[in-house]
Design a protein around this ligand. Structure first.
Ligand code: FES
Length: 115
């Protein structure tokens, strides 16, 4: 899905309903060349990360969400959803973005995408 502004407040762009993101899962939006994975935890917290593992660019959106992290489907690195940082002995970080919930809508901060 492309990021098409339905509701726009300053730099926040409506990227869809919370119901479009499965619990313990993710869905992706794109902005230009970048794929952004929107994750939803079991307790309905939402996080936005570039859909690119810091190891070898695996698709984090296809990983398993657990304990505030996602496990990359390629080589099982564990990435923090909050910081984007690899956990344990692994090093590196994936870019993170601000996502807000307003009612049942998800708003992504587009200013961070262009900075
Ligand atoms: S690409 Fe993600 S762990 Fe290797």
């Amino acid at each position: 899905m492309s990021v098409a502004p339905a509701i726009q407040t300053d730099d926040l762009v409506d990227i869809g309903s919370i119901d479009e993101v499965p619990r313990r899962g993710a869905r992706c939006v794109t902005s230009g060349e970048m794929r952004i994975a929107i994750f939803r935890t079991h307790d309905d917290q939402f996080f936005a990360l570039e859909d690119k593992c810091p190891h070898k660019a695996g698709p984090l959106s296809q990983g398993i969400v657990h304990d505030g992290c996602v496990t990359c489907p390629l080589h099982n690195w564990v990435i923090s959803l909050r910081s984007g940082e690899a956990q344990g002995a692994d090093e590196g970080a994936t870019r993170t973005f601000s996502v807000q919930v307003r009612g049942d809508r998800l708003l992504l901060d587009m200013a961070e995408l262009t900075s």
